[in-house]
Design a protein around this ligand. Structure first.
Ligand SMILES: [Zn+2]
Length: 310
C-alpha cells in the first residue's frame, strides 16, 4: 500500500512516498523549508503530501518534540515556537485519509526495525546522535510510548547535575555530552588546554572554532590527542547507553545521526566502555551496537510506516 511519510526537521521537511510491502525503497521524495509557526506547518505538510501523491492513501508525520497519543505536538524540541499543534486532527480533517503523527526519533526507530539495522530484533534501541540526542525504544516489537506518548527521551537523562545548561532548562543532560554539540565542547575544552593542536590547525588556528569534523579528520590522520577526545566522547555515549541497557536490556543498539560518520572511530570504544559500565557488562551477552542503515530518509520512511500498517 502506498503511503506518504513526512519528516519535520529544524530547517527542512523531507517527504517520501513508499510502498509498505517494500519500506526500504523510496519511490519519490521531496524537500521543502520548515515554516515558522503551527498553522503554516500543517499547510506545508499538506502541500508536500499532495505533491508526492495526488491522492495519498495515508500520511505519517514525524516531528521533533513531545507528541501525544492524539498526534498533537505538545512541545517542540528545537522547534520551540511550536506548542499544542493538533497536527494529526487537522491533517485528517483536510484530507479524509488515515493520518498518524509521532516523535521523529520514534519514526526513525520504526524504519530501522522494519527495513534497517534492527530487523529481527524485537528489543532494540535506535539512538540518533546529532545536535542533540533522539531515541526510539522498542520492546517486545513495539515502540515504548508511555502514558501520554512522551516516552523515549533519554537525551534529557541528567548525567551530571553540575553539567552545562541544556536548552530544555536543566543542567547536565546526556545530550550535552554525547552528541555533536558535546563533541564540539570537549574539543574546545581540549583546545583551550593546549591539547588539540592538529585539530585546531585544521580549524584555521582558532581554538574557539574547532568542531567535531576537525577532530575526526585529525583522528583519522592518526593524531593521538584527537583520538583521546573521541575516547572521552565514547565514554559519555557508553555511560548513557549503560543506563538504558540496565533498564531495557536490548539485543541491539542502532546508532544514527551526524556522529555516525565517525562510527568506525567511535563504536569500538563505545562497545568496550559499555562492557565496563553496564551491570554485569562482562558477564551478560554482548549488546550489539551497529550504525544506522537507512541514512537521512529513515525518519520519513518510518513516518510512512506509522500510518501504513495493517
Ligand atoms: Zn535537557
Amino acid at each position: 500500500m502506498l503511503g506518504v511519510g513526512l519528516d519535520v526537521g529544524g530547517t527542512k521537511v523531507l517527504g517520501v512516498l513508499v510502498d509498505s510491502a517494500a519500506p526500504g525503497t523510496v519511490l519519490a521524495e521531496e524537500r521543502v523549508p520548515t515554516p515558522d509557526g503551527g498553522s503554516g506547518l500543517v499547510e506545508t505538510l499538506l502541500t508536500l503530501a499532495r505533491f508526492l501523491s495526488a491522492e495519498p492513501l495515508s500520511i505519517g508525520v514525524g516531528v521533533p518534540g513531545l507528541v501525544d497519543h492524539q498526534g498533537a505536538l505538545r512541545a517542540g524540541a528545537h522547534l520551540r515556537h511550536l506548542r499544542d499543534v493538533p497536527i494529526e486532527t487537522e491533517l485528517r480533517a483536510r484530507t479524509g485519509v488515515r493520518v498518524e503523527v509521532d516523535n521523529d526519533a520514534n519514526c526513525h526507530a520504526l524504519a530501522e526495525h522494519a527495513a534497517g539495522a534492527a530487523v529481527g530484533a524485537d528489543d532494540a534501541m535506535v539512538i540518533t546522535l546529532g545536535t542533540g540526542i533522539g531515541a526510539g525504544l522498542i520492546t517486545a516489537g513495539r515502540l515504548v510510548r508511555g502514558a501520554r506518548g512522551f516516552a523515549g527521551e533519554p537525551g534529557h537523562m541528567i548525567v551530571d547535575p553540575n553539567g552545562p545548561p541544556c536548552p530544555c532548562g536543566q543542567r547536565g543532560c546526556w545530550e550535552r555530552f554525547a552528541s555533536g554539540t558535546g563533541l564540539a565542547r570537549l574539543a574546545r575544552d581540549a583546545a583551550h588546554g593546549g591539547r588539540l593542536d592538529a585539530a585546531v590547525a585544521l580549524a584555521g588556528g582558532d581554538p574557539d572554532v574547532v568542531r567535531g569534523e576537525h577532530v575526526t579528520a585529525a583522528a583519522r590522520a592518526g593524531d593521538a590527542e584527537s583520538l583521546t577526545v573521541l575516547g572521552e566522547l565514547a565514554h559519555w555515549i557508553a555511560l548513557g547507553l549503560a543506563n538504558l541497557v540496565n533498564i531495557l536490556d536490548p539485543a541491539v543498539i542502532v546508532v544514527g545521526g551526524g556522529l555516525v560518520d565517525a562510527a568506525d572511530l567511535l563504536l569500538p570504544e563505545v562497545r568496550t566502555r559499555l562492557r565496563d559500565l553496564a551491570l554485569a557488562g562482562r558477564q551478560r551477552p554482548e549488546v550489539r551496537i551497529v550504525p544506522a542503515a537507512l541514512g537521512e530518509r529513515a525518519g520519513a520512511i518510518g513516518a510512512a510506516l506509522l500510518a501504513n500498517q495493517p
